[in-house]
Design a protein around this ligand. Structure first.
Ligand code: BGN
Length: 353
């Protein structure tokens, strides 16, 4: 009897330990690595052997006689995996244009010898980061063309000097992008992150919002925490509307991505992720911008997401459109989004005193 009880305890201890190790493994390697491990070989990428992002793109240039008759293959034939990224000096716009001759005004591209299967809009919130934007465009255009996507790039520029509001600019980007096309997928992209592997496809998961930047160099190519949803993500218009878009009320750095992660769950979805081996990104080094100081209210705000998400989002979005302009490499949307309301800095429970 005594032995049986010790055995039982030992059994439950082992069970708890193995569950803990399994969760740790999922945390470090991503859920999809388990499925790939069980159902198929996981490609082992060698990031010491990289290739130029423009490699073989010329193979996609058709001779002028041919007419498109077929859809592009499900997987593009020229994907190479790890890409060389040099972040020394931002290229000038002329050079980027010359290297991307088939991009049309507004930053549009459609594969020329087959019909693209996926329609993807990339939305980039921006202010005062022109050199980052040029670097991103230099790498992103060929990256998307390698994947044979029908795509366009939208830059949402916050006018004025009020505090930066990333999530609100993303909401505006979605509303504006949907005027132009019936997008299958919206990619929400920070301006300073460069993808390192062209198998990290910029297409959406059918069911759930997907986090693409799962392994950033600034976090030693792993997740900073389990629910992290910052950097680059992919949502379908339906998924986006289901969570009422993103919050409009996070002014300055931090917290809005955690709010988005909570909205996903509160609206009945969960999140998927690119496996860490492919979701690698290099961040362009920079100092914290002025006008994007830490949001000191974010902890309080996150405590009320559950109460707020249905009222703060796409259904309460309000801004002034200053211009819509098709430049050669992107559609530029400039907006006045107002400024942060003055809020008491103390936690709300002290406000009575
Ligand atoms: C977190 C920030 C995120 C940011 C990541 C990575 C907050 C909320 C505190 C409760 N979240 O700490 O916004 O993307 O770090 O830098 O500050």
């Amino acid at each position: 009897m005594f032995l049986a009880r010790t055995d039982k305890r030992f059994f439950f201890l082992c069970l708890a330990a193995s569950q803990f190790l399994f969760i740790l493994f999922l945390y470090r390697r991503g859920v999809s690595s388990v499925f790939q491990g069980v159902f198929g070989a996981r490609p082992q990428w060698d990031y010491s052997k990289t290739q130029d992002v423009y490699t073989n793109l010329s193979l996609f240039i058709p001779d002028p006689e041919t007419v498109r008759t077929q859809y592009c293959p499900i997987t593009s034939p020229i994907l190479v995996g790890p890409l060389s990224i040099a972040l020394t000096k931002a290229p000038n716009l002329k050079k980027i244009q010359l290297k991307n001759r088939y991009v049309t005004p507004g930053g549009y591209f459609s594969p020329r010898h087959c019909f693209g299967r996926y329609r993807t809009a990339v939305i980039i919130p921006h202010r005062n980061r022109e050199s980052h934007l040029r670097t991103l465009l230099y790498y992103l255009h060929p990256f998307l063309q390698r994947q044979q996507l029908h795509y366009a790039i939208f830059v949402v520029h916050q006018a004025g000097n009020a505090t930066f509001n990333r999530a609100k600019l993303l909401n505006i980007g979605v509303r504006e992008a949907l005027r132009y096309d019936d997008w299958d997928c919206l990619i929400l992209h920070d301006v300073d992150l460069i993808p390192e592997n062209d198998y990290n496809l910029y297409i959406c998961d059918e069911y759930y919002p997907k986090h693409l930047s799962s392994a950033m160099d600034k976090f030693q190519y792993s997740l900073p925490y389990w629910t992290y949803f910052g950097g680059v993500s992919a949502v379908t218009p339906d998924q986006f509307m289901k969570m009422n878009g993103f919050p409009n009320t996070y002014w300055g750095w931090g917290g809005e991505d955690d709010d988005i992660a909570m909205r996903i769950r509160l609206s009945g979805m969960s999140m998927t992720r690119t496996p860490l081996s492919m979701g690698r990104y290099k961040m362009i080094p920079h100092d914290r911008d002025s006008g994007n100081e830490e949001n000191s209210h974010r902890h309080n705000q996150l405590r009320s997401t559950r109460k707020m998400w249905r009222d703060d989002g796409m259904n309460s979005l309000d801004f002034r459109l200053l211009s819509r302009e098709k430049t050669q490499l992107y559609t530029n949307i400039t907006v006045d989004i107002g400024e942060a309301p003055v809020m008491p800095t103390e936690p709300s429970r002290w406000r009575l005193f």
